[in-house]
Design a protein around this ligand. Structure first.
Ligand code: ATP
Ligand code: MG
Length: 222
């Protein structure tokens, strides 16, 4: 489902000095697999997910979805590929402040032109699954960090994306709710999605297809 080869990415520090973040990352994730990536803060995990999810362009290398070389597509086609393939769970949630929890989840369906009562029911089911159904009419500012994180999870999975990229999906959650989200991510993999999870929780690796550590800009086995 996902194949990345030779990914390179550098940023420029405010001083102008280059910061090499990805120095040749190779990663392949098949449908049904769940891969866990760890690594110290600043090692480039979020950058890697952004490049894999076509939110940022790498400086080199390529990303393929189902053998299509999506990293070479133009802007509009890339955004279509992202809509079709990728569910993104951001480290900073990125919920829209003017929409309620339920509306934020439903936004995912709107992007792909879906609406209607079945979609709404599915969104409510997901919110229930992660224990925030009773907060669905709250705006993000009226939700705790962990509740926002769980709403963001629902938005990421609403369309059943074949590729799910989750950046520290349990970062704001207690043990029990973190375990719930991890189990929900495993459930997505069992249902056939390719899942990449950035996480430091030791239990994230339980049942994972592979565990990697991002170090020095490349993925290594820990
Ligand atoms: N737009 C940018 N311009 C310059 N440097 C950047 C930019 N974005 C990220 N960086 C730098 O790139 C490095 C990797 O950042 P990234 O967010 O990918 O790390 P991370 O592994 O996700 O860290 P964390 O565990 O803290 O979330 C960091 O040192 C960061 O300072
Ligand atoms: Mg990060």
């Amino acid at each position: 489902m996902l194949r990345a080869t030779g990914l390179l990415k550098s940023y420029r520090a405010p001083s102008g000095a280059p910061i090499r973040v990805l120095a040749g990352v190779d990663l392949a994730v098949k449908a049904g697999e769940l891969v866990v990536v760890t690594g110290p803060s600043g090692s480039g995990k979020s950058t890697l997910l952004n490049v894999l999810g076509l939110l940022e362009d790498g400086d080199g290398g390529e990303v393929r979805f189902d053998d299509e070389r999506v990293s070479r597509l133009g802007r509009a086609a890339k955004s279509r590929a992202r809509g079709r393939y990728v569910g993104f769970l951001f480290q900073s949630f990125l919920l829209l402040p003017t929409l309620t929890a339920l509306e934020n989840v439903l936004l995912a369906a709107q992007y792909v032109g879906r609406s209607g009562s079945a979609t709404r029911r599915r969104a409510m089911e997901l919110l229930k699954e992660v224990g925030v159904a009773d907060r669905m009419d709250h705006f993000p500012a009226q939700l705790s960090g962990g509740e926002q994180q769980r709403v963001a999870f629902c938005r990421a999975v609403l369309n059943d994306p074949p590729l799910l990229l989750a950046d520290e999906p349990t970062g704001n959650l207690d043990d029990a709710n973190g375990a719930l989200i991890l189990e929900a991510l495993r459930g997505r993999a069992r249902a056939g999605a390719a899942v990449v999870v950035v996480s430091h929780r030791p239990d994230a690796a339980v049942g994972a297809s592979a565990l990697y550590r991002l170090r020095g800009g490349v993925l290594e086995s820990p």
